[in-house]
Design a binder for this molecule. Structure first.
Ligand code: AMP
Length: 316
């Protein structure tokens, strides 16, 4: 994940919940992608603080640093080195076809793309393959990137020697949570509900959510299947779905009441996370030590993979 601010509900349902459940079954590695953050904004002020905030969100979500190293990309030089090697194994035409890049250019209204942004999936391939990752639990937008990692792994293995697994993407049950305006929920689009938002903030944000445009008055019948708020109910309020659908379709449930119920359920879901966040916020030194320890452990794995890479390439 990029350290671009506090995490939102999309991160929770698209990635974090998946990560927490996978930590019992797999050896996990959690990367704070601080170099990736520079692809859309080269300003490094606040990057360190944002990395700590990200780590606190992870710990609050229930990730266990004793089992899974958590580390910054910039602190392990092998990411940059493997990125360089991989960049010789993929064409620019292939990277230009990447649908996630096109989507970002459109959503962020970028006039031009820096070289490093085009190469984002190549750096990501290095992020994954340095740890010989075979499963990459991500949101739907990242699946084309994982496909590029597979191609690079295959290309390296056939060109030099069998060093890397071909990683597979693993999406969660909610691979793409929409934001309050209907576009993908994203920090940069300002359409997100944050995991750290308290009940008042959640409600204030939820009030702005777009609903069925044909349901203008309270008693007009609505169409839950095209309503954003209903999609949040599906995730955060599964117990009341039948009643909410019936109320919306018959016109007996107005959008304001429906949103209020949804906001309440969301606040309930994130309450334990906020409590744990407060605990770690009081213990920043311990959080920094968790990062330092994760970086030591990840560096050891990355260095040993690079020895294999050098040997496969007969680079001295
Ligand atoms: P990012 O903040 O773009 O670096 O995303 C970090 C991870 O969260 C990636 O696995 C994304 O696919 C996932 N993610 C981000 N936003 C959403 C969303 N709105 N719905 C589902 N997954 C998301």
């Amino acid at each position: 994940m990029r350290p671009t601010g506090r995490l939102h509900l999309g991160h929770l349902v698209g990635a974090l919940e998946n990560w927490v459940s996978l930590q019992d079954e797999y050896q996990n590695y959690h990367l704070i992608a601080d170099y990736h953050a520079l692809t859309t904004n080269p300003d490094t002020r606040g990057l360190y603080e944002n990395s700590i905030e990200l780590l606190i969100d992870w710990l609050a979500a229930g990730l266990d640093p004793a089992r899974s190293p958590m580390f910054r990309q910039s602190q392990i030089k092998e990411h940059a080195e493997l990125h360089l090697i991989f960049s010789m194994l993929i064409t620019t035409a292939r990277l230009e076809r990447n649908p996630s890049l096109k989507e970002q250019v459109r959503d962020l209204e970028l006039n031009s793309v820096v070289y490093g942004h085009l190469g984002y999936p190549v750096l990501q391939a290095a992020d994954i393959l340095l740890y010989k990752g075979d499963l990459v639990p991500v949101g739907e937008d990242q699946i084309p990137h994982v496909e590029i990692s597979r191609e690079i792994a295959r290309r390296f293995n056939s060109q030099y020697a069998e060093v890397f697994p071909e990683p597979a993407g693993k999406v969660s049950k909610f691979p793409r949570l929409p934001g309050l305006d209907g576009k993908k929920m994203s920090k940069s689009l300002g359409n997100a509900i944050l995991l750290s938002d308290g009940p008042d903030e959640v409600w204030a944000r939820m009030r702005t959510a777009v609903t069925d445009p044909l349901k203008v008055r309270r008693n007009d019948p609505g169409r839950p299947d095209i309503c954003l708020v209903f999609s949040y109910h599906q995730k955060f309020n599964p117990g009341e779905l039948t009643e909410i659908r019936a109320g919306c379709e018959s016109g007996s449930l107005g959008c304001v009441d429906c949103k209020k119920r949804c906001a309440d359920r969301i606040s309930e879901t994130t309450a334990p996370l906020r409590e744990r966040r407060a605990y770690f916020e009081q213990r920043r030194d311990a959080v920094k030590e968790i990062l330092a320890d994760g970086e030591r452990r990840a560096r050891g794995v990355a260095q040993s993979t690079m020895l294999e890479v050098h040997s496969a390439m007969a680079l001295g």
